[in-house]
Design a protein around this ligand. Sequence first.
Ligand SMILES: [Zn+2]
Length: 63
Amino acid sequence: MSSKKTIIIEEVNGKAYCYMCTHVVDARVLVAGRYVETKPGQRCPRCQASLNAGSVMEAAKAA
Ligand SMILES: [Zn+2]
């Protein structure tokens, strides 16, 4: 009998807010339950700043 909880992390297309150029840009978003975050290692397509500190604006989660 297993009591391990499995958290499924999904990678979806979403949008992240870039603090450097103050634009909302397309980004890959990781969704783990109700928790969402930008995928590490991405760069803003506009200003090449790291999106690691960006906040997710939108996650296109499949219902
Ligand atoms: Zn930017």
